[in-house]
Design a protein around this ligand. Structure first.
Ligand code: PNS
Length: 162
């Protein structure tokens, strides 16, 4: 059985992530969407909240699981018997960082390969940080996030203001 991990912060999940999940799920028997800790980011949502939003946003996709892991990505991949890590690549700006992570993970465990899917043209510019910024400044975020995420971001923004 081919198992792959799609890791990320997902703080919160955007329509760009869901597009990658949908496409990657067709390439493997099972795709595990894994919420992991990115030590360089200060998240708005807890890991449990991010898992919950991911589950609600991907209910119609059959062969996926959503999980959280507080450790090294390669350890999680090994634990799940996954041989592949899938990442979405947006613009050139993603490349250096993603290349560094892929090579580090390959050094940590040469048995696990990283595969990149190019973001769809309409999602090239999209990121969770941009969505939060637009929301904080009063812009319309509905085009960028799955429906279950929309209200959660707005209530988080209200909390931050009060
Ligand atoms: O969505 P992001 O923030 O680009 O995802 C980055 C993430 C969470 C996949 C990365 O930070 C990660 O793999 N964290 C787990 C800890 C780890 O394995 N670090 C070394 C990988 S280079």
């Amino acid at each position: 059985m081919s198992i792959a991990i799609y890791p990320g912060s997902f703080d919160p999940v955007t329509i760009g992530h869901v597009d990658i999940i949908r496409r990657a799920s067709k390439l493997f028997d099972k795709l595990i969407v894994a919420v992991l800790v990115n030590m360089e980011k200060r998240p708005w949502f807890t890991i449990e909240e991010r898992i919950d939003l991911l589950r609600k946003s991907t209910e119609d996709i059959g062969n996926i699981e959503v999980a959280g892991f507080d450790g090294l990505l390669v350890d999680f991949a090994r634990q799940q018997n996954a041989r592949a890590i899938v990442k979405g690549l947006r613009a050139v700006s993603d490349f250096e960082y993603e290349f560094q992570m892929a090579l580090t993970n390959n050094k940590l465990d040469p048995e696990i390969e990283t595969l990149f899917l190019t973001a769809s043209a309409e999602n090239m510019y999209l990121s969770s940080s941009i969505v939060k910024q637009v929301g904080l400044l009063g812009g319309e975020i509905a085009p960028f996030v799955p429906a279950p995420v929309h209200d959660e971001i707005l209530s988080r923004i209200k909390q931050r203001r009060s």
